[in-house]
Structure formats: C-alpha cells, structure tokens
Design a protein around this ligand. Structure first.
Ligand SMILES: *Cc1c(COP(=O)(O)O)cnc(C)c1O
Length: 262
C-alpha cells in the first residue's frame, strides 16, 4: 500500500551538512572539530545529525549540554568522543564512566565525586575545566584554582585536566570585540596559572561559531561551533565582520528545509 502523501515535511541535506563541516574543518585546520549537537541538534534531530556526522572523517567529537543528550548520541551509535558542557546531577555521575563521557567541570563537588568514582573503579576520567573569564555563568576563577589543583593531585583517576574551556559572552552580538579580547586575556592568564600549578591542560578550547569564523587566536586546540554546522550565521554582525575581513560568501548552506505540497 502506498504511504499516504504528506502535506508538509522537513528534509535534512546530507550535502549541506558535509559542506558546512568541510568549511569548518578548513577553518579549524589541524585542530579538533567538536560540533555542538545540544538542544536536539538545534532542532534538527539529534540521532539523525550524529549519524550524518559519523559519516565524516572530520569530527572526532561532539559537544552536548546534558547527560540525556549524551546518552541519545550513544544510543544512535556515536562511538567517538562526547563532551558534556552542562551540569550533571551528582547522583548520575556514574553514567560518565558507563558511557565514556567527558564532563566540563565547574564545581569542586562534582570534581571530588568524579575522582572518588574513578579511583574506586580504577578508570581514568577526562575532565574539562570550565574557567570564568567574564561570562559570569559558570567556571572557576583564579582564586578557586588552588583547591581544584588539590583534587587533581588527590585522585589518580583525574590525572590532569584533559581540557580547559571558556565561553565568550557577546562575540556574536557586536562588531566591537573589546570585551572578547578582555575575556581572552583572562583565559590566557588562567591557563598560565594552571601551568604554574603543574596542571597544563592538553586541549584548550574557547570558540563557538562566531569565534571560529572571525578570530584565529580563539581556536587554540579545538573548536566548538554550533549554529554554523547547520548552515546559519550566528548573527548579521558576524557575517558583516567576516565579509569586511574579505571572507568569501557561501561558507555555509542551510541543512534543514521545510517543504509543502501546493
Ligand atoms: C552553544 C555553545 C556553543 C556553540 O555556540 P554557537 O554560537 O551556536 O556556535 C559553544 N560553546 C558553548 C559552551 C555553548 O554553550
């Protein structure tokens, strides 16, 4: 029996997604590319998008916000690395080990619990330290770093921080990037402090789509673009700044289209 004809539907373009990933991989160069698939892959469907990303050679990583999203990625067959940027309830931290996840950590309590769990089970855990540089959302300040370092020393399973991250407060909102520069300076001094305390992170990362596109110096070792993966510019200002820098058009193509029969 023929399927009933749909009146309207959405389509995902594998070609567009590949094009966007290739553009971002070009910007990333030799750095790691970790697309953000939070919020149901920006509404595109998390299982569908990770399946398509798994077909590409460029993404060894995805980033998600929640534990639930991370588990959805695993259930969809994603076997590469997963970074979880949002908070994970203490009672669920065992899932980090069960699903081989990399949590971003911004509370001592979480770090301590992870250290205990890892040591008890004899598994190494990759953590990403979230650093506070002026977004005033989550993250450790310089004053808070000594007790953080103590925990890394105390729990073998934590080793050294695998990653160290920050998030720009307004990099897509404006054509004036003084505040972004201020945050970047703070980030660099926190990294220097960590180094001095003996805990040099392996993977430094700060860049969302706008930062990845506009500022090479924010790319460090890994980039975490979200909206651009799906073929949209983070803002008019980002597009304008990019074109003023002499950037070519057609960097991104929309992945999703909404169709109807007329
Ligand atoms: C959402 C998010 C990103 C991606 O941001 P886009 O502007 O969509 O590229 C990167 N990093 C963090 C911490 C995020 O929360």
């Amino acid at each position: 029996m023929a399927a009933p004809a749909l009146l309207n539907w959405i389509e995902l373009s594998r070609h567009a997604l590949r094009h966007n990933i290739a553009s971002l991989a070009r910007l990333a160069g030799r750095r790691l590319l970790a697309p953000s698939v939070k919020s149901n892959a920006y509404g595109h469907g998390l299982p569908q998008i990770v399946s398509l990303l798994a077909e590409t050679a460029h993404c060894g990583y995805v980033t998600v916000h929640s534990l639930e999203e991370a588990i959805t990625c695993r259930d969809a067959g994603w076997t590469r690395q997963i970074m979880v940027l949002g908070p994970i309830p203490t009672a669920s931290l065992g899932e980090v080990l069960a699903y081989d996840l990399e949590p971003a950590v911004f509370e001592l309590r979480t770090l301590r619990e992870l250290g205990k769990l890892g040591d008890r089970r004899g598994v190494a855990i990759r953590t990403h330290l979230k650093l506070e540089t002026g977004t005033n959302r989550q993250g450790f300040t310089a004053k808070e770093l000594p007790p953080v370092v103590e925990l890394y020393r105390k729990y073998r399973s934590l080793g050294k921080p695998y990653g160290a991250s920050m998030h720009f407060a307004n990099i897509e909102d404006t054509t004036n990037h003084e505040y972004a520069q201020y945050q970047l300076d703070n980030y660099r001094s926190l990294i220097a402090l960590l180094k001095k305390l003996g805990l040099t992170p392996k993977v430094r990362h700060t860049a969302s789509s706008a930062a990845t596109i506009l500022f090479e110096k924010t790319r460090f070792d890994l980039v975490r673009p979200g909206i651009a993966v799906y073929g949209h510019w983070p803002s008019k200002e980002t597009y304008l700044s990019y074109r003023l820098q002499g950037g070519a058009n057609r960097l991104f193509q929309p992945v999703l289209s909404w169709k109807t029969r007329i």
